[in-house]
Ligand binder design. Structure first.
Ligand SMILES: Nc1nc2c(ncn2[C@@H]2O[C@H](COP(=O)(O)OP(=O)(O)OP(=O)(O)O)[C@@H](O)[C@H]2O)c(=O)[nH]1
Ligand SMILES: [Mg+2]
Length: 384
């Protein structure tokens, strides 16, 4: 305590004050000093916080430019499983050996696994046998052969695709085009319609979407999200309403509003359920009361993962509805993308769109050369 009194005395004299110091002065001065210290600490803390806040504000916002991967790349990536599972092996089957009985057998096995269908596989094997048996042929040559073979099987049919389905011409005003989308449960109908509506509105088309899947409210909500995003109008009815009625109403609204497209989403159903297939037929026919040429396109969505069963589905839907085209989805998750080749040939209807993922950009028009090159990992032109 004595030394503290001496310290205070020293401070007083430094300030020119000639005062006697007692114990109370030490406590008083101590409190004042403590108060000053606390205030200084608080001031420092608030300055530090401000610096932190200021720092946060001054961090430049990183603007990441949206990178649009070209569809050819997406397709190549999406088909990588099909490619590595089957097609690369088929392509390289001759790279190290002559085509003898054993390699032919190996090829046959791989082709059956690729789901191109037994008829096409047999034709291909016969052709390979005739042209290449016991000959030297390199991988590049063999891929070219495969490309041209598959191309010849599909190109004629693919040329029948109605280009109005994906190219909207604002100058060429015409009546509402009706697209009805059907398929088994979970094939990708609603998602594809969402993507398609987006693509069409982006081109300036007016689109009305009919939510004819009245079985599940969630399905309608899912479609609503897509339509809101796409800027398309959606017609919805109470859960459990008659799907044909919703289709009719949707077309009526589309016609009243002079919409360019009316796309109808339908509930998924098994191709083996006769009553549900009949209901689809009814939904299709009822549209003719408004436009006897509607629907202009009835498209079947096929999940590429389905493999051989896809053929059965396609046959049944075609029998009931006279399909105009196919949409092949989920090619990103499948090693069975070859089934497309078989279905196109058997039913004589083209693939219109192909999907390789869940983004809007993952759906595009089906181009045969792009598909075959992605499948074979080649860069072959149909003309050479
Ligand atoms: N990976 C992948 N997933 C897809 C693709 N297309 C659709 N899907 C997904 O498949 C699932 C089913 O898609 P939906 O569009 O609901 O199928 P749906 O045919 O309308 O189904 P239902 O109405 O129940 O018959 C969803 O999770 C989609 O995101 C695709 O090309 N690739
Ligand atoms: Mg759906």
């Amino acid at each position: 305590m004595n030394s503290l009194i001496q310290l205070v005395q020293f401070l007083y004299s430094a300030l020119g004050l000639n005062l006697s110091v007692n114990e109370g002065d030490v406590y008083g001065l101590g409190s004042i000093l403590a108060l000053i210290a606390v205030s200084l600490l608080q001031l420092k803390a608030s300055t530090d916080q401000k610096i932190v806040e200021d720092k946060t504000e001054s961090v430049p916002v990183e603007v990441t430019a949206e990178v649009t991967i070209p569809f050819s790349e997406r397709l190549k990536k999406g088909l990588s499983r099909s490619r590595s599972g089957v097609w690369t092996r088929i392509g390289s089957i001759l790279s190290s050996q002559k085509l003898d009985e054993n390699t032919l057998e190996e090829l046959e096995e791989l082709l059956y696994g690729a789901d191109i269908g037994p008829a096409t596989a047999n034709q291909l094997i016969l052709k390979v046998e005739n042209e290449f048996k016991n000959k030297d042929i390199d991988e590049k040559e063999f891929k070219e052969f495969l490309y041209h073979f598959l191309n010849s099987k599909m190109a004629g049919i693919q040329s029948n695709v109605d280009t109005d389905l994906y190219q909207f011409d604002p100058a060429g005003k015409r009546k509402t085009k009706v697209i009805m989308v059907v398929g088994v449960n979970g094939a990708g109908k609603t998602t594809t319609i969402g993507k398609l509506a987006t693509k069409l509105t982006q081109q300036g088309a007016k689109v009305v979407v009919g939510a004819c899947d009245t079985f599940r409210a969630a399905a309608v909500d899912q479609l609503q999200v897509w339509c809101d995003r796409a800027g398309a109008k959606m017609v919805r009815a109470a859960e459990g309403s008659n799907p044909s009625g919703v289709g009719f109403e949707s077309l009526q609204m589309a016609m009243n509003e002079k919409a360019d497209y009316c796309i109808l989403d339908t509930a998924g159903r098994l191709h083996t359920k006769g009553n549900l297939m009949d209901e689809l037929k009814k939904s299709k026919n009822v549209l003719k009361k408004l436009d006897d040429t509607a629907p202009h396109q009835t498209l079947l969505v096929i999940d590429a993962i389905t493999g051989q069963n896809a053929m059965r589905q396609a046959e049944e839907f075609h029998k009931t509805l006279s399909l105009n085209g196919l949409i092949l989805t989920k090619c990103d998750g499948s090693s069975k993308a070859g089934s497309a080749v078989a279905i196109v040939q058997r039913l004589n209807i083209p693939i219109v769109y192909i999907g390789v993922g869940e983004d809007v950009e993952d759906l595009d028009v089906f181009h045969l050369d792009q598909y075959l090159n992605a499948l074979l990992d080649s860069d072959i032109s149909p003309l050479n």
